[in-house]
Design a protein around this ligand. Structure first.
Ligand code: BES
Ligand code: ZN
Length: 622
């Protein structure tokens, strides 16, 4: 049965559920192989709705309650298989007649956790999984009051992508499965709970909150945050949640969100999620942003005070189409989420702020991509440079690299160049409409594109871009006039012009980022000090600028910056900054010891995904 399905799917590009037996089932995914990162078998029994009843216990650092899992049967006699991650402890499982269900666990795998196989009746229905989480639940970060801005209430947030939803909810943790959800969450009085769903705008005394997500979503978009949070509207359909002391700063920074939403809808079709709100998290949030539907989670490190880092909001907003509406079916197809989103992000930026701004972002993408190819080449891992990922047996987190984001972006830019912008925009609009609320894989996308985008397709072209390693010969050339001007000033400085004589008047933080990235390794602590005296980089409030400065300071052993670097690493848990900084510190004799001491101190402040990545640099526990 399964093999037949796969053949039908790959040859005829039909949804897998067309091979199934229940007539009411609708296509959910176009996928030509099983998801290697989930034990579930949605082709046999699939989850379509979850009712979540959870209490949040800050003292025990535990969520406890139950998940009522509603399923459809496609293969009579098959079991319902859920993914259970580390840190999730099952107490009881009941069927829809409140009787104890028969269930068994599979063997535990370090990355995937274990399978939970539940025997079910021959008709579709639900099971209730009673459970609690413990301190190993990797999606959850429990913050003490001192780790928040207000310092008077604790804070909890989740990060489910890629395969951590299974550590706080028992579910089919595959992006090829979609479900709706309702939730009742109970929190201590005086705190507000928020989810990737219809949200409250103010606290209530009882601490009991109800949520509804009516559109079907994949599991990695399940999200919860609890804290001392307040809300302010930004526009008719947009708003921001933050701790009281951060709210006004966030409102200023994100003031253009409503405009972004309008531009995005104008480009690729109506926004499908009703509201678009932003939640500003404490600084330990491990990512820049996370596109939880209706409620993007963002790091406070994008609050530069001048709105210069808000392209990240455009990025997370774009995911409302690429990712949340049309979803990668497996993590090997991650570029379908991120490559499309980067393309879409730059189009929003271009429409709002002009071509030269978008050009700077594209140049940064190219630089990131070239750097990554160099790293993969020199470490003999070039097989990790193909757009179609091969993360079977590995943590899909490894796929979060410039390959999916930037090589994906350049592939789409190449298609745009071949088709012409107008035709390509029409294609993308139709692509989102045709696959709304579906998950698709790379093979399906290629087939669809070949049928709907009239350019000269060839197998070689696909092989080079999608399956091949390194960079294709026809990769688009990007250049930025504004960055060219920066390059000239950098050269002037390197050939003797004084820092205060450089022409930097109109530079935005992007020009400074470029300047710092292009600085040669040969510059020493004395050069750094001269620059610092004029531009005060060591005190920069712009996290992107400070991070690049800090990288140079480590290389050049510029000790004046070490104090601020320590403060930064103690507070900020964003992996994109923390991991390279520690890596660089470890690399140099003059900072290796400091890195050990600092990591020991800072690690308790980090979310699992950051700590897990940085641990690999250190020998933890020995
Ligand atoms: N969805 C990603 C974050 C992610 C990817 C989390 C994979 C876990 C696994 C999000 O949309 C993202 O790409 N964030 C970027 C920002 C962006 C502007 C490139 C980040 O966090 O830096
Ligand atoms: Zn993204």
């Amino acid at each position: 049965m399964r093999i037949t399905c796969i053949i039908i799917v790959t040859l005829m590009i039909l949804p897998w559920f067309s091979c199934t037996t229940t007539p009411e089932s609708v296509p959910l995914a176009f996928i030509s192989s099983v998801d290697p990162h989930s034990y579930s078998r949605p082709d046999e029994v699939s989850v379509y709705h979850i009712d979540l009843f959870l209490s949040v216990d800050f003292e025990k650092k535990s969520l406890y309650g139950l998940a009522r899992i509603h399923y459809n049967i496609h293969k009579p006699g098959a079991a319902l298989i859920l993914d259970i991650g580390k840190g999730l402890e099952i107490e009881a499982i009941k069927d829809d007649s409140a009787l104890e269900a028969v269930y068994r666990f599979g063997e535990e795998d370090d990355i995937l956790g274990r399978s939970l196989e539940i025997e079910i009746e021959e008709h579709s229905g639900f099971v209730e999984v009673h459970y609690h989480t413990n301190q190993d639940a990797a999606a959850l970060q429990w913050l003490a009051p001192e780790q928040t801005h207000g310092k008077n209430m604790p804070f909890l947030f989740t990060q489910s992508q890629a395969i951590l939803a299974r550590t706080w909810i028992p579910l089919q943790d595959s992006p090829s499965v979609r479900f709706t959800y309702d939730a009742r969450i109970v929190v201590p009085g005086g705190m507000l709970a928020l989810m990737s769903a219809q949200n409250p705008v103010q606290k209530n005394e009882s601490g009991e909150y109800f949520f509804q997500m009516k559109q079907s979503i994949p599991s990695y978009l399940m999200a919860l945050a609890v804290g001392d949070l307040t809300f302010k509207e930004l526009g008719e359909s947009t708003g921001v949640y933050a701790e009281p002391g951060m709210l006004e700063k966030a409102v200023y920074e994100f003031a253009e969100t409503e405009k972004m939403l309008q531009v995005a809808s104008g480009l690729y079709g109506d926004y499908a999620w009703d509201r678009y709100d932003i939640l500003l998290l404490p600084p330990s949030f491990p990512f820049g942003g996370m596109e939880n539907p209706r409620l993007t989670f963002v790091t406070p490190t994008i609050l530069a005070g001048d709105r210069s880092l808000t392209s990240l909001v455009a990025h997370e907003l774009a995911h409302a189409w690429s990712g949340n509406l049309v979803t990668n079916a497996t993590w090997n197809d991650f570029w379908l989420n991120e490559g499309f989103t980067v393309y879409f992000e730059y189009r929003i930026i271009e429409a709002l702020y002009g071509y030269d701004y978008a050009e700077m972002l594209a140049s940064i993408s190219m630089q990131d991509l070239l750097d990554e190819i160099e790293i993969l080449t020199s470490s003999g891992q070039l097989e990790k440079s193909s757009l179609k990922g091969q993360w079977d047996g590995l943590d899909p987190d490894e796929g979060v690299s410039p390959i999916a984001y930037d090589k994906g972006y350049f592939f789409l830019l190449r298609l745009e160049a071949l088709a012409g912008r107008e035709a390509f925009d029409g294609f993308l609009k139709k692509y989102f409409a045709d696959h709304a609320f579906l998950s698709i894989d790379t093979e399906y996308f290629i087939e669809y594109a070949r049928r709907n985008l009239s350019i000269e397709w060839s197998d070689d072209f696909i092989d080079n871009w999608v399956y091949g390693q390194g960079l294709p010969d026809d990769i688009p050339v990007v250049s930025s006039n504004r960055f060219n001007a920066v390059d000239r000033e950098l050269k002037n400085w390197l050939t003797g012009k004084k820092p205060n004589e450089l022409e930097t008047e109109n530079w935005t933080s992007h020009e400074w980022q470029h300047f710092l990235r292009q600085m040669p390794d040969s510059i020493d602590a004395k050069d750094m000090r001269q620059l610092d005296e004029v531009y005060a980089f060591s005190e920069s409030e712009n996290a992107e600028v400070f991070f690049l400065w800090a990288m140079q300071a480590v290389k050049a052993n510029y000790k004046i910056a070490f104090g601020p670097i320590e403060t930064f690493l103690m507070q900020t848990g964003r992996r994109k900054f923390v991991l390279p900084l520690f890596r660089e510190m470890k690399k140099h004799q003059h900072t290796a010891g400091l890195a050990e001491i600092l990591y020991h101190k800072a690690r308790p402040n980090y979310h699992y995904v950051t700590a897990n990545a940085v641990d690999a640099l250190f020998v933890i526990g020995s």
